[in-house]
Write a protein that binds this ligand. Structure first.
Ligand code: PRP
Ligand code: URA
Length: 212
């Protein structure tokens, strides 16, 4: 069983239900996309328990009161291209004004080494809490490099969210980035010889975008 102080594995029955449909090879592109989005929204709620709120004055129809809100503009989303794109709307459901940056990474199919091919981040990202999102955490190479890329550009508060993870990927990211909370919906058994997660769901990017 995974046990790192910065790793949080959700044990939510609704997530289990949705992940079981996501895995099914007969689930089509539209439903797959919708499920990724819905699971991400649930994970976003769960991962924001430590968010710092600010006091605001609100006038109800009856009186003035002091209430608590998430500060505007304090959240940004960075998907790891391509498959992370599928999670952006799920975070936007909770934080509709969050700016979006993009990091492009691909895994070399032979070596499984990640390669960064694109990075465009919103101005002022250094002061925001960044949700780095990717549905799949396999060897952990892509996530480790994406986290390093964000840190190199001055980002200090990062939450990493992945839907399905292999134990070795979790270990790699937890050890390389002990300051980053890692939120996982489901921990799978292992990787196969091609670096695919078992039982997994196949290639998330291909299933999201219909490329195969
Ligand atoms: C997938 C996935 C992750 C990465 C995980 O992307 O979306 O980014 O693999 O593997 P790792 O933990 O071993 O690095 P892929 O490289 O297939 O690119 P794609 O999203 O463009 O399909
Ligand atoms: N990337 C995917 O999309 N699926 C896997 O199982 C591993 C990496």
């Amino acid at each position: 069983m995974i046990s790192y102080p910065n790793v949080f594995v959700f044990d939510h029955p609704l997530i289990k239900h949705k992940v079981s449909i996501l895995r099914d090879k007969n689930t089509g592109m539209k439903e797959f996309r919708e499920l990724i989005e819905e699971i991400t929204t649930i994970m976003t709620y769960e991962s924001m328990r430590d968010v710092k709120l600010e006091a605001v004055e609100v006038e109800t129809p009856l009186e003035k009161t002091v209430q608590w809100r998430v500060p505007e503009e304090s959240i940004a989303i960075v998907p790891i291209l391509r498959a992370g794109l599928g999670m952006v709307n799920g975070v936007h459901k909770v934080f509709p004004t969050a700016r979006v940056g993009h990091i492009g990474m691909y895994r070399d199919e032979a070596t499984l080494e990640p390669h960064e091919y694109y990075c465009k981040l919103p101005d002022g990202i250094e002061s925001k809490t960044v949700f780095l999102v990717d549905p799949m955490l396999a060897t952990g190479g892509s996530a480790c490099d994406a986290l390093a890329a964000l840190k190199k550009r001055g980002v200090r508060h990062i939450k990493f969210m992945a839907i399905i993870a292999a134990p070795q990927g979790i270990e790699a990211v937890a050890k390389a980035h002990p300051d980053v909370p890692i939120y996982i919906s489901t921990v799978d058994r292992c990787l196969n010889e091609n670096g695919y997660i078992l039982p997994g769901l196949g290639d998330a990017g291909d299933r999201l975008f219909g490329t195969k």
